[in-house]
Design a protein around this ligand. Structure first.
Ligand code: LLP
Length: 385
């Protein structure tokens, strides 16, 4: 929701840009923090969702840790001031260079995704005479009931170590002198809106934790990943259902007194606090279709092209005719998939009108590309207004 002041400010700016509402971000973080604290749960922010400096500053300030998926993200987390002891490093393909860097930084833990990776981390840690803390990422074969392209916890997905490899995994952990096995990690997918999915995950987490403890391993960390979805159809509803989400884990996870429960939320923390603001370059009224061509394209926001993702589209300029028209809202990129929405009902739209594409705080700015040699994306924050 934009105030008249916001819109007046936007109309003086060059477009496109990502607008961040830092107050909403702070409110969202606070809501999540309160809900997690009620159960003594720990949150690591999944930095891949958004690593804008101002966003990271707020997340660090609330005290969350950082969940990173590359050496670059580990470096950024540490430069931003996240304490090394609250940085975790996941990812199916960590290079030796990235592992060595993370070892040098004494991060909290590696979330390890294959048997071979366990052996490599052990070898690299031995060379540095260090003990690497590791959690193993287990693929629990739980369906997240989300878009196939953002499903990660099924046997056919590339992520994590499969259940049938657990005995071999235990053998490697037993003989690896430079690994400290701290826990088990799961992440079954993203934009999960059916919370029942998490009950199924809890059942699997309990089973795997018990299996390892039966073998004599002490599991200190139960890391259940992230994935909590946001309501893209109601961008003004804004704060996700953190309480209901955490309550499921409180109710269904079997947590021993010495165990900590860790979460890796990305989208739910940042998704609603940003919109992509763009201008209409051209209106093309045809016999079959009406198009509005924006100055933002899939190069700025790739989600619709990549996952057929829905984002609410609003014309935020004052309406002059009171008429509603259906448009296909497209970008300027030379690709037919460069389309933000089809048959979108908008007030009659004209060249230079401002268009807001909502709920773009997660996986928006970070996935922007230079395809077509586009200008780098610009950001504006509420404290600039
Ligand atoms: N932990 C791990 C190991 C992950 O791979 C991810 C996201 C997260 C946590 C955070 O998930 P979240 O809470 O944000 O759902 N680009 C896609 C989403 C890809 C998610 C990748 N992994 C999109 O735009 O929908």
């Amino acid at each position: 929701m934009f105030s008249d002041k916001d819109i007046a400010h936007f109309s003086n700016l060059e477009t496109p840009f990502y607008y961040y509402d830092l107050n909403l971000l702070k409110e969202t973080l606070k809501a999540c923090n309160n809900a997690a604290n009620a159960y003594n749960f720990h949150v690591h922010y999944a930095m891949k969702a958004n690593f804008n400096d101002k966003v990271l500053k707020e997340i660090k300030a609330i005290g969350f840790g950082a969940d990173c998926v590359s050496g670059g993200e580990v470096k950024k987390a540490i430069e931003t001031g996240f304490t090394n002891g609250k940085v975790v490093f996941a990812g199916v393909g960590k290079s030796d260079k990235e592992i060595n860097y993370a070892l040098d930084q004494d991060i909290f833990c590696f979330n390890v995704e294959s048997l071979q990776e366990l052996q490599v981390i052990n070898e690299l840690a031995e060379k540095k005479q260090k003990i690497a803390k590791v959690a193993i990422r287990i693929n629990p074969n739980v369906d997240a009931h989300t878009h196939a392209n953002i499903t990660t916890g099924l046997d056919e997905n590339k992520f994590g170590i499969n259940s049938w490899d657990m005995p071999a995994c235990a053998d490697i952990l037993n003989i690896s002198a430079n690994l400290e096995f701290v826990g088990i990690h799961f992440h079954i997918g993203s934009q999960i809106t059916n919370l029942d999915v998490y009950k199924n995950l809890c059942v699997r987490v309990n089973e795997f934790a018990a299996w390892f403890e039966d073998k004599g391993f002490k599991i200190k960390i139960l890391n259940v990943g992230g994935g909590l979805g946001i309501d893209y159809h109601h961008p003004n509803a804004q704060i996700p259902a953190f309480e209901a989400y955490f309550k499921i884990f409180a109710d269904f996870l079997e947590v021993k007194p010495y165990q900590e429960v860790h979460f890796e939320l990305g989208r739910a923390l940042v998704g609603q606090s940003s919109s992509l603001i763009s201008r209409v370059l051209y209106v093309k009224n045809g016999k079959k279709k009406n198009f509005i061509v924006l100055d933002a394209g899939m190069t700025e926001l790739m989600r619709p092209a990549l996952y057929q993702a829905y984002h609410q589209i609003e014309n935020i300029s004052p309406s002059t005719t009171g008429v509603t028209v259906k448009y296909d809202v497209v970008g300027p990129i030379c690709e037919s998939t460069d389309c933000f929405g089809k048959e979108v009902a908008l007030q009659e739209t004209f060249r230079n009108d401002l268009i807001a594409i909502r709920s773009t705080g997660a996986y928006g700015e970070v996935m922007a590309s230079k395809y077509n040699l586009r200008d780098a994306i610009v950001t504006v924050t509420s404290d600039d207004i």
